[in-house]
Design a protein around this ligand. Structure first.
Ligand SMILES: Cc1ncc(C[n+]2csc(CCOP(=O)(O)OP(=O)(O)O)c2C)c(N)n1
Length: 287
């Protein structure tokens, strides 16, 4: 069997080690992490596809955010293998889901990086909202809270309770919709159709990407114009999408879709989202 060379992953014991790498090196880390999971899960079975699907997203999140101070909340948690491996549990990963081994889901008592204990679906937005409000009360303005939720979990009622409450609470919160059109089985229902429709709206997505990138390159006037676009996104989107955006209706700003397998681009998008100034910004990003 061909020996797989590992240049980076063996030296990543926490996200600080990941941050020492250059953005250009991240695609290689993604390959190594994906191989690591495939090898581990082929001898010790566990949730396979869900974690393989978020390799790039997890690496980009840990590269840009400062966990455990920033809190990453995985919905269901079956997709958190990459997160576990990057946060000090690589060497224990062979004990995943075994008696006295590490848990197959984020578990608060297992690691300070596991911000919320999960297993049940559709809880992440409410949990993240609670944490964002707590952070606001404690005046921790630099602390970021991110919920990562799949399109399957997004169909659950509790996810909508979270959106509904966030709409009036106005927290500094990023919700990442990891839309792979798949749950345990292919996803079904009205929300699924809706998500397919918005992710296919090329007119809007193309327009936004072009405008955003061009304005970002300019200084002075460009920055002002970018702020103007930012402020008026809601109206602009409705105009271009020719339909109301469900998430915007809940008072979220919707950015997306974003290619969730392009780790370099993801770091750029997350850095932009992280740096959007001011309290009260709520962001919803499809990937
Ligand atoms: C309350 C509850 N109901 C059902 C489940 C079973 N369940 C496990 S994963 C999952 C859906 C996962 O799909 P998605 O959110 O799209 O994530 P993906 O696997 O695509 O990453 C469900 C419904 C659960 N964990 N909790």
């Amino acid at each position: 069997m061909e020996e797989k060379k590992v240049r980076f992953l063996d030296k990543i014991d926490d996200p600080a080690d990941l941050k020492r790498l250059s953005v250009k090196e991240l695609p290689e880390v993604c390959k190594e992490l994906r191989n690591f999971i495939i090898d581990a899960v082929s001898t010790n079975p566990g949730h396979f596809g869900a974690s393989l699907g978020v390799v790039e997203l997890t690496i980009a999140l840990h590269y840009i955010y400062n966990a455990p101070y920033d809190q990453l909340i995985w919905d269901v948690g079956h997709q958190a293998y990459c997160h576990k491996i990057l946060t000090g549990r690589r060497e224990k990963f062979h004990t995943n889901r075994k008696y006295k081994g590490i848990s197959g889901f984020p578990k608060i008592s297992e690691s300070e990086y596991d911000a919320f204990g999960v297993g049940h679906s559709s809880t992440s937005i409410s949990a993240a909202l609670g944490m964002a409000i707590a952070s606001r009360i404690k005046k921790e303005e630099d602390r970021k809270i991110v919920a990562i939720i799949g399109d399957g979990a997004m169909t659950g009622g509790m996810a909508f309770e979270g959106l509904n409450n966030a709409g009036v609470e106005n927290p500094d919160l990023l919700v990442i919709l990891n839309d792979n059109n798949m749950a345990i089985d292919p996803n079904v229902g009205g929300i699924n159709q809706y998500l397919l429709n918005i992710s296919k709206s090329h007119t809007y997505n193309r327009f936004k990407k072009d405008v955003w990138e061009k304005l970002g390159r300019l200084d002075g006037f460009g920055r002002k114009a970018r702020r103007f676009v930012q402020k008026n996104q809601h109206a602009l989107k409705n105009l271009l999408l020719k339909q109301n955006n469900l998430f915007e209706a809940f008072n979220f700003r919707y950015f997306g879709p974003v290619d969730g397998h392009d780790v370099v681009y993801l770091t750029k998008v997350l850095r932009d989202l992280r740096n959007i100034p001011g309290e009260g910004f709520k962001k919803y990003s499809g990937s």
